[in-house]
Design a protein around this ligand. Structure first.
Ligand SMILES: NC(=O)c1ccc[n+]([C@@H]2O[C@H](COP(=O)([O-])OP(=O)(O)OC[C@H]3O[C@@H](n4cnc5c(N)ncnc54)[C@H](O)[C@@H]3O)[C@@H](O)[C@H]2O)c1
Length: 366
């Protein structure tokens, strides 16, 4: 089985967990399978993924091997792998566009992005690097609100014929215009907005589905989230949040028995608490009525390290993108997008999406 050469856009905390995970699982036997949804996915194991190219704009990351850049500030996620080897892939200077929010400048350098003064990438330079490196899949980890920057890298991926995995809530796979561009070029796109392994979204969806299946009317709900990484700092700029809020709210609304009025559902990032670093805490409340209209309520607090929580899902998405390339599929790859993402082109329940995913992996549906 051939390897899966991958290009990373945005070498932040999520990229750190992904790269650490590739080394953590590289030589693993059965005891090391814990933490992944799939060990072997259509013949591909985690060790088959190799990072061959990367872009960032932070002066502490640009020019360094990816294996060093993932541990540079302001990254602050857990270090769970102490044997990350040199990848041979150096972080290239990206194109800033709308990737960096000005409001961050009032924070200490250790907590925020520091933009490099190296010459910025052009579309031609990104396409050239994708071709030179042999990348087959590009995975997007830009900050929330990076509409122009995401479109810049997605456009380069189309031109280079590289599959695109969109982990962030900028709508590309679920935007009909972009979906058609990928379809016309015969290039796979998976997205949008990665759904973490056991995060606030999947827990909230599962409980909402449970209310519906048990005949409990859901009247009101909130999901408040706090964290202390650059993702949360970036999201204190509310102007960058529109699509994030849509993505997270629709993920819950889409499995409710009937849609809640906007006033009765509140889902989103709520505050930046620096000392939490990459720890994310979710406070969830659901109010409803059961038999005889008698009220009930549920309160839940979920505490997770944010970035490793999505890295195993990312490993599966990258492998599904490679499977799509092997099968010569282009445009939105619907089945894995529905299972792995918060805002896919097609929303289904997680049970339906999981069954369909296993069929996709087995090759009985595309
Ligand atoms: N952790 C999860 O479970 C999860 C779930 C869903 C979505 N996401 C999304 O994934 C994305 C990445 O999250 P993260 O925690 O790694 O964020 P991060 O802030 O740690 O990393 C973002 C990186 O992008 C770089 N960057 C900024 N502008 C750039 C540009 N124009 N070109 C290239 N690089 C640029 C920054 O320097 C930084 O290294 C975020 O949008 C986040 O919301 C994460």
């Amino acid at each position: 089985m051939s390897s899966i050469p991958v290009a990373i856009v945005g070498v932040g905390n999520c990229a750190s967990s992904l790269v650490q995970g590739l080394y953590h699982y590289a030589n693993g036997g059965s005891n090391d399978e814990q933490g992944l949804m799939h060990w072997d996915l259509a013949g591909y194991r985690p060790k088959d993924i190799q990072v061959v190219a990367a872009w960032d704009v932070d002066a502490r990351k640009v020019g360094r091997d990816v294996s060093e850049a993932i541990f540079a500030k302001p990254n602050c996620t857990a270090v769970f792998c102490d044997h990350v080897g040199m990848t041979g892939a150096k972080v290239s200077m990206g194109r800033v566009l709308d990737g960096v929010s000005d409001h961050m400048n009032t924070y200490h350098e250790d907590r925020r992005f520091v933009v490099s003064d190296a010459p910025q990438a052009t579309k031609a330079s990104v396409v050239e690097e994708l071709k030179r490196s042999g990348a087959q899949v590009m995975t997007n980890y830009l900050p929330v609100g990076s509409q122009e920057a995401t479109e810049f890298y997605a456009d380069a991926a189309i031109t280079a014929g590289v599959a695109f995995v969109n982990n962030i809530p900028v709508f590309i796979a679920s935007n009909p215009v972009w979906a058609e561009r990928f379809r016309a070029a015969g290039v796979p796109i998976l997205g949008d907005d990665i759904k973490a392994q056991l995060g606030a979204t999947i827990v909230h969806r599962t409980l909402t589905d449970l209310f519906a299946k048990r005949g409990v009317t859901l009247d009101r709900t909130y999901q408040l989230n706090t964290g202390g990484n650059t993702d949360f700092l970036n999201m204190t700029n509310k102007d960058r949040l529109a699509s994030k809020k849509t993505s997270k709210t629709e993920a819950v609304q889409s499995v409710a028995h009937s849609r809640l009025d906007d006033d009765n559902i509140h889902v989103g990032p709520s505050d930046y608490v620096a000392w939490q670093n990459d720890n994310k805490v979710c406070f969830l409340r659901m109010e409803g009525r059961m038999f005889g209209g008698v009220p009930l309520n549920l309160e839940l607090r979920l505490s997770v390290e944010d970035s490793p929580n999505s890295a195993g899902v990312a490993i599966d998405m990258i492998r599904c993108a490679k499977v799509a390339l092997d099968r010569k599929l282009g445009g939105p790859i619907l089945v894995p997008s529905s299972y792995f993402c918060k805002h896919p082109p097609v929303q289904t329940t997680d049970d339906e999406a999981f069954a369909a995913l296993e069929d996709f992996i087995a090759g009985t549906v595309n």
